[in-house]
Design a protein. Structure first.
Length: 343
């Protein structure tokens, strides 16, 4: 049986057994017990350290465990580990996995263990020093451009056919079982207008590129995290995702003051990022609008699915995810979609 990803003691016991079998069997122990430091849609994230005979190199420093929610995520975890290695091998500031397992006995779930990159999330740097926000956004855009300029030959991610065909096929499969009339109409609009982006120049796309997924060390060195949604295709898809995330950020902010501040700065954050990006790489406005509509639709569909008690698509994440969703998120995503379509 898989461990409970929420239970730190179960995770600690299973991880220690695994590491003693695969890394350093003689006396390996925790120098710092695993502590859950985050959770995404796909993973629980634990920080820990180990010590003992045979523990050296990267293993002797701070470590991170990405523990996937479900045994069904083994293939997705494999792609994430492979694309991180691919990016690092080409000089991009990601983190190389030290260990990856589709199913790691005795944890019973997919895992990835990595060195813990130094630094704090870029968003935290922005909060500490508002005068640095413009510079940090410029750095973020430059990092995104550097990713999109990487050669994709040999990339381990699936890339058969245009990205829009792959995305629409995925969205159709996810939307049909619980689609309301308006969601169905929105998806039909995307299908009818896919010609705007069907011809593409393939780039490596991160697809969750935002200031929480970029660590910045004290010396300014970045590290880009969370490659679980990476794909190959039109880079405008990736830029659109970042712009939609900037727009959503103030809606999902936890504190009232933070929410107000982010709403006031929403336009500046997106504009600064996009202006720097397009100084370095051209941006096609029609392509960008289409992908912004598709990204907004994907969020709209996901929130509707989370709120639907009959849906089991992401049952592992439902209970606490629904509680954290502001009531305004779904209508705002829906309105954003229709604005981008011109309807």
């Amino acid at each position: 049986m898989p461990v409970d990803p929420f239970d730190a003691q179960q995770v600690s016991n299973g991880l220690l057994d695994y590491l003693r079998t695969h890394v350093a069997p003689d006396g390996l122990r925790f120098a710092e017990q695993p502590e859950r430091i985050g959770r995404g849609m796909d993973t629980h994230i634990y920080a820990f350290r180990v010590e003992g005979d045979g523990v050296d190199g990267a293993w002797a420093g701070p470590l991170v465990l990405r523990l996937y929610h479900s045994v069904r995520q083994g293939e997705k975890a494999a792609r994430e580990a492979a694309v991180q290695r691919f990016a690092v091998e080409r000089g991009y500031p990601a983190v190389t996995p030290l260990v990856f397992e589709r199913i790691a006995a005795p944890l019973g779930l997919p895992i990835m263990v990595m060195a813990r990159a130094p630094g704090v999330p870029m968003l935290e740097r922005m909060g500490r020093n508002p005068l640095a926000i413009a510079r940090l956004l410029a750095n973020m855009a430059q990092l995104h451009v550097a990713l999109h300029r990487l050669p994709v030959a040999g990339c381990p991610l699936p890339s058969e056919g245009p990205l829009v065909e792959r995305r629409l096929q995925e969205l159709r499969a996810l939307t049909e079982p619980a689609a309301g009339d308006e969601l169905e109409a929105a998806l039909r609009w995307l299908e009818a207008h896919k010609g705007a982006v069907i011809d593409e120049e393939a780039s490596l796309c991160h697809n969750d590129f935002h200031p929480l997924n970029i660590l910045v060390a004290d010396d300014g060195a970045p590290a880009v995290l969370d490659w679980s949604d990476a794909t190959v295709g039109d880079r405008h898809h990736d830029v659109a995702r970042t712009l939609v995330l900037f727009w959503v950020l103030p809606i999902v902010a936890q504190g009232g003051a933070e929410r107000i501040l982010l709403r006031l700065s929403r336009g500046f954050l997106a504009a600064r990022y996009l202006n720097v990006y397009r100084r370095l790489l051209p941006v096609d406005p029609a392509r960008l609008r289409y992908w912004q509509a598709l990204q907004a639709f994907d969020g709209w569909r996901l929130v509707a699915d989370l709120k639907n008690p009959q849906s089991g698509t992401i049952a592992e994440a439902r209970a606490d995810s629904v509680q954290q969703l502001p009531a305004s998120l779904l209508p705002e995503l829906r309105d954003y979609f229709w604005r981008k379509t011109g309807s």
